[in-house]
Design a protein around this ligand. Structure first.
Ligand code: ZN
Length: 64
């Protein structure tokens, strides 16, 4: 059974295949999916989510 991909995801995959950024479709240089600017944004977002999750787990653990 094949998983149905969203139009957005299909577009992103098509951009990556063409050697372009999956977010803004500019030419990629160093990264697998994103251009330098989008990779930096993505990294910051991931770091923020990771820190928030860690903080939530810590506060939960200290309460229990
Ligand atoms: Zn980009």
């Amino acid at each position: 059974m094949k998983k149905q991909l969203s139009r957005q995801r299909m577009w992103q995959i098509a951009q990556v295949k063409k050697g372009r950024c999956a977010i803004c479709a500019k030419k990629r240089k160093h990264y697998k999916q994103f251009c330098d600017a989008c990779q930096a944004k993505h990294r910051e977002l991931k770091n923020r989510l990771y820190r928030e999750r860690r903080a939530a787990e810590k506060s939960k653990a200290s309460k229990a």
